[in-house]
Design a protein around this ligand. Structure first.
Ligand code: NAD
Ligand code: TDX
Length: 342
């Protein structure tokens, strides 16, 4: 695989994947196809060698552009999406357009040109799990995590469009022999994450003298994985995964939001209770947890960045050292949350 297209490669996880490929696979050329929405930033690709990474600014729903690019590549790794649950509750339309029509456009082109396709998705397609404290035996038994067999049950406009896009891919594999794999990953953290998201929002709040904002009581659990571990898993699935299969990616990083916020406060030298509780998210999923046995046993994947405290400290350092990357947007992001009571 010498030439790949990475859609959404100027966003958070996509740009981390491009850095990963450039650093680890010197014979691969990457074409990034990205619309540069509010969430995309060409700075995320700054410093990468121009002879190995090319940015095409364009929309994945543009069938002519997609067809032309796909006709010249060995594979497509599809990250581009509208990705924020809170935005999807305010205006679902761009989510339907990009996540469903965009995926349709890409898989049609890959089918026509016989190009390998990897679909990057989320654990949110499975809906949520009960909190462990509400389960008999505190949920340590079988069936208490998402597996590739868990039924789809998405809660938000965001997750329902991601679920729909996964189902399109599954149908294209079965009906048209599309050479595709799917991965569903848990919550990522690391550098280049937009400041609308939980962890960077709280770090940049503290750096800006604003009190962090916790939705409700902060009991909701997310299964955190460092974005570099996600990148390594996607590369492995792209190159060694079995066509038609779904792989779940997660690093056993379950933590409730209050615990994560308290750790950020501690690492940034703030009192443990220096935050505000704000209005909860509508339809807020309670808990996500991934069982990554298939990925570990079939493809031999193992996460490397499993010390969450250390990963979070590095992430805090990145936002502290890269204020120019986020400062211009900060007040508008907070104003939009404030209007929503959050
Ligand atoms: P992001 O919002 O940071 O980046 C999305 C990128 O897609 C941006 O660069 C944006 O400009 C681009 N984009 C949006 N619409 C486009 C369009 N119509 N055409 C071309 N480019 C477009 O998102 P992220 O957090 O990096 O997520 C990337 C992918 O990973 C998504 O598919 C998401 O569902 C999935 N995912 C995210 C997480 C997470 O924790 N953030 C976890 C699991 C899966
Ligand atoms: O200010 C906040 N306060 C707060 O308590 C924000 C922005 C969020 N939260 C809570 C809501 C969630 O329980 O923190 C948790 C994480 O929130 P987000 O960062 O918005 O992530 P989430 O909704 O879990 O979705 C993320 O992981 C799965 C990504 O945004 C999705 O793209 C991915 O599919």
């Amino acid at each position: 695989m010498k030439k790949i297209i990475v859609t959404g490669g100027a966003g958070f996880i996509g740009s981390n994947f491009v850095h990963y490929v450039v650093n680890n696979h010197p014979d691969v050329h990457v074409t990034v196809l990205d619309k540069l929405t509010y969430a995309g930033n060409r700075e995320n690709l700054a410093g990468l060698p121009e002879d190995r990474v090319k940015l095409v600014v364009g929309d994945i729903t543009d069938a002519a552009l997609v067809d032309e690019l796909v006709s010249q590549t060995d594979a497509v790794v599809h990250y581009a999406a509208e990705s924020h649950n809170d935005n999807s509750l305010k205006d679902p339309f761009p989510f339907v357009q990009t996540n469903l029509i965009g995926t349709y456009t890409l898989i049609e082109a890959c089918r026509k040109h016989g190009v390998r396709y990897h679909h990057v998705s989320t654990d949110e397609v499975y809906g949520d799990l009960p909190l462990r404290e509400d389960l008999p035996g505190h949920g340590e038994g079988a069936g208490e995590k998402f597996t590739p067999e868990t039924a789809y049950n998405p809660s938000s406009p965001y997750s329902s469009t991601k679920a729909g896009s996964d189902l399109l891919v599954r149908a294209w594999v079965r009906s048209f022999d599309l050479q595709a794999t799917i991965s569903n990953c848990s919550n990522n953290y690391g550098p280049y994450q937009h400041i609308e998201k939980f962890i960077p929002r709280q770090i940049t709040n503290i750096l800006s003298g604003i009190r962090p904002k916790l939705y409700g009581e902060g009991k909701n659990v997310r299964d955190w994985i460092h974005t570099n571990d996600h990148s390594a898993a996607v590369w492995l699935i792209l190159t060694k995964g079995k066509i038609g299969e779904t792989y779940l990616i997660g690093a056993d990083g379950e933590k409730d939001n209050k615990t994560v916020l308290e750790l950020i406060l501690e690492l940034m030298g703030q009192p443990k209770d220096a935050y505000d509780q704000v209005k909860d998210r509508a339809g807020h999923d309670l808990r996500y947890a991934i069982d990554a046995t298939k990925l570990r046993e079939e493809l031999g994947w193992q996460p490397e960045f499993t010390d969450f405290r250390e990963g979070l400290a590095d992430t805090i350092a990145w936002y502290t050292e890269n204020k120019d990357w986020w400062q211009a947007e900060k007040s508008a992001v907070e104003e939009s949350y404030r209007k929503n009571g959050q």
